[in-house]
Ligand binder design. Structure first.
Ligand code: KG4
Ligand code: ZN
Length: 409
């Protein structure tokens, strides 16, 4: 069973795992992701104490749904003894609602057939992480099941391999380079074997997902901004294509001459590609965000068309930089596998850009998560937990597991 509460998704899943690190094979038995995004939208971003409160309110209902979706409740096992109640109460003392629901539900059901609990330890919002960790500790105590802490970013790397309800992680060729792009992270991670990571490049300021969210806000779009920007940019793309087609109708000659105009129409917006040629593998997205701000300030009437142009150019700029840096790092470290992970990999333009580039590089395999597994989920935490457990075993003193907001790979 895996539990994820690092940001604004309350997610729990149950997966069956075997094969160890060499031949890992998984079956998804039950999987629920409850998003709080709508609640945070009015704040324009994730509001930590609200996120924590929502996790505390929703963990037991989500778990109930996860267990209902499987045969676990029907399995053998004894009802929990009441003597643990005091310990559980202490653990969940700060979350009265969670504590109450825990007593009313968990302490009254039979122990499900689960061998291991994996929980996100970090990075993320500490108050949100703590709720998930305390919940996992309480479950581990009541059910006497070992606990393994998981790095959320490692989970994002594994999410690229989730294909169906049942899937294997293929024997990948190392070195492997992972580009992790989410709301809190933009980093290039080099691995020479599973679970041995070295960060070779990272953002010096904003994460790319954060830039998407902030630019969306400037354009009057709600949180989370990534999908909003993508949708708006797609309308600009469509307009540009229609324009080109119309010009084509007037005469083929014009169409050929207007390729430049096709890329950027008369209203076209030009944004920088920060650090694209720097000799390192670092990123900077705060300047790009500021460039958008200046562009907006210069335009007296921000029409829908111009907003769409800004969205399109912003998306293109982010894509160009991410791709250029990833390919440069791949060359430098002679990597054989590239893996993308994190919420921003849900972006169609970015997915397509990487796929197209990979076609012409025959000696590198590229893995991109399915869109539904790009953003936070618990399956990826379960996979990472299984790998950790196989390699290092469970936590020796589960009660000592702490939330670590800035945990690094
Ligand atoms: O991995 P994730 O779900 O949570 C974190 O660990 O941060 O990533 C969330 C981020 C948000 O910034 C969101 O705007 C971005 O992923 N995102 C996207 C898209 N879908 C989500 N960014 C660009 N295009 C998208 N389609
Ligand atoms: Zn994430």
């Amino acid at each position: 069973m895996s539990i994820e509460t690092s940001c604004d998704e309350t997610a729990i899943s149950i997966i069956e795992a075997h094969g160890g690190i060499l031949k890992p094979h998984f079956r998804i038995l039950s999987n629920i992701v409850l998003s709080q995004a709508k609640l945070h939208a009015k704040y324009g971003g994730v509001f930590p104490s609200l996120a924590k409160r929502e996790h505390a309110k929703n963990l037991v209902p989500v778990l109930r749904q996860v267990l209902r979706g499987s045969d676990f409740l029907k399995t053998k096992g004894k009802k929990q003894e009441v003597k643990l109640q005091k310990k559980i109460e202490n653990l969940l003392a700060r979350e009265p609602e969670l504590s109450k629901q825990f007593s009313e539900y968990i302490l009254t059901i039979k122990k499900p057939q689960i061998d291991l609990i994996a929980v996100t330890q970090g990075p993320g919002l500490e108050p949100a992480l703590w709720v998930g960790i305390n919940f996992a500790k309480a479950l581990s105590l009541v059910w006497e099941i070992p606990l393994v802490p998981v790095n959320h970013m490692e989970g994002h790397i594994f999410s690229a391999f989730i294909t169906n309800e049942e899937f294997s992680i293929p024997p990948v060729a190392f070195p492997l380079l992972a580009l992790l792009i989410s709301g809190g992270h933009t980093e290039l991670v080099l691995a020479r074997e599973w679970m041995k990571y070295k960060i070779v490049g990272a953002t010096r300021d904003d994460a790319v997902g954060e830039a998407f969210d902030k630019v969306a806000r400037m354009l009057g779009l709600p949180y989370p901004g990534g999908p909003q920007i993508a949708a708006l940019a797609a309308t600009a793309q469509k307009d540009a294509e229609d324009d080109a087609e119309n010009r084509g109708k007037e005469g083929g000659e014009i169409l050929r001459k207007s390729t430049r105009q096709f890329d950027g129409r008369a209203t076209s917006v030009k944004l920088p590609r920060p650090m694209i040629n720097s000799p390192d593998f670092d990123f900077s997205f705060s300047g790009l965000k500021t460039a958008v701000l200046y562009t907006i300030k210069k335009i007296p009437h921000l029409t829908g068309t111009i907003k769409a142009d800004i969205a399109k150019e912003f998306e293109q700029s982010a894509m160009d930089v991410l791709l250029a840096k990833t390919l440069a790092a791949a060359r430098k470290y002679n990597v054989k596998t590239i893996v993308l992970g994190g919420g921003v990999t849900a972006n169609k333009k970015i997915r397509k850009g990487f796929r197209t580039a990979a076609k012409s590089i025959t000696d590198i395999s590229l893995f991109i998560p399915q869109q539904q597994f790009s953003t936070d989920n618990a399956i990826m935490i379960g996979i990472a937990g299984y790998f950790r457990y196989t390699k290092e075993g469970a936590a020796k003193s589960p009660s000592r597991i702490k939330a670590r907001g800035t945990l690094s790979l």
